[in-house]
Design a protein around this ligand. Sequence first.
Ligand code: HAM
Length: 403
Amino acid sequence: MITSLRGMNDILSDDYKRFTYFIETASTIAKRYGFHFIETPILEETALFKRSVGESSDIVGKEMYQFIDKGENDVCLRPEGTAGVVRAFIQKKLDRAGGTHRYYYFGPMFRYERPQKGRLRQFHQFGVESFGIESVYEDASMIMMVSDILKACGIGFRLKINSLGDGNCMPSYRDRLVSFVESCGDAICDDCNRRKSTNPIRVLDCKNEKCQSLYVNAPKLINNLCSACESDFEKLKSLLDANNIAYEVDTNLVRGLDYYSKTAFEFVSDEIGSQSAIAGGGRYDRLVEFLDGKATPAVGFAMGIERLMELIKMPEETRSGYYMGAMDENTVDLVLSLVQKKRASEVVTFDYKPKGLKAHLKAADKVNARYCAVIGENELNEGVVWVKDLESKEESLIPQAEF
Ligand code: HAM
């Protein structure tokens, strides 16, 4: 038997209900915030992710599904959604058009990680990207949107925020951090030794306990922000306070992708084990220019749908739609023509196989239909449909022309 690849799941039965419910809820809320749908290809040039997510990141350095296609192009399955949306934004010359552009998307992402609970090689994200707004109000609005989506799905969370500084304050902080890490000598792990020269701030995120105990004394980015970054971060906190969104400032929150500056945030759940990040995002004001577009401020986030499906509280299912069936071989064609009419406005389950009333009622119950409508010999002769409302239990005969 051929099975799906490791870390790649099918979504069906009850899972698909959770999946589609989440997408519908999140899309509705994103539209309320002024976002429009965007779809970008799953396959992109590898260079796009190398330049945006960054070659020093684990995502690009270790986890890409990368190959040379039949036309000798170096391509990969997208590991995340932001880079493709930025590429599309620049390709359509929207950076030159100015103004505000807001997009939401959902779809599969691919990372060759070691699969475990909550960590897949093909997973789905719901994400949004906002272009053209420099104001920290947009950052706050992103966080409020994630919070609204999670609340609508009955999901509890903790929010962590940090500021990663900008081109003014980050370089001097990075130098200080590198000096500090060098002062730790051989005590740090191999990964940190490598990160020290490729992407030093990632050391703060090291999972090694010994490294973490050393970095307690590391200089904190939050204490080294320039006045613009600091005032934005203060404003962000006051906006979250004013809107009753609880947060923790986590000075080690650096995110696993290289394109961020200023605001970085992550939503975590304490109910799904070690892979606890359910959403993450932040500002990336330099990325559009870095990918050869006109400098445009931007901010966004993405949510991991499989992790959220574990937590979502589904609304109670109510009976809806029709179940229709024939009780006699002679009536199947007539029922089919009525099913077709009904399907113009209702969900209809139709069983082609004629059977007795009891069996039909049982089948209607199984699909949670509101109405069970059947036609047998008697109904055929009298030109009616026998209908039972499975909620009120009321039974009636309705002329076929009116049905
Ligand atoms: P990210 O933090 O890498 O950010 O991913 C966002 C979310 O995707 C995570 O919080 C997690 O829920 C889910 N996720 C990541 N990897 C896996 C995996 N292997 N298995 C299951 N779920 C996973 C981004 O991707 C950025 N593009 C977010 C963003 C948008 N920033 C600005 N705009």
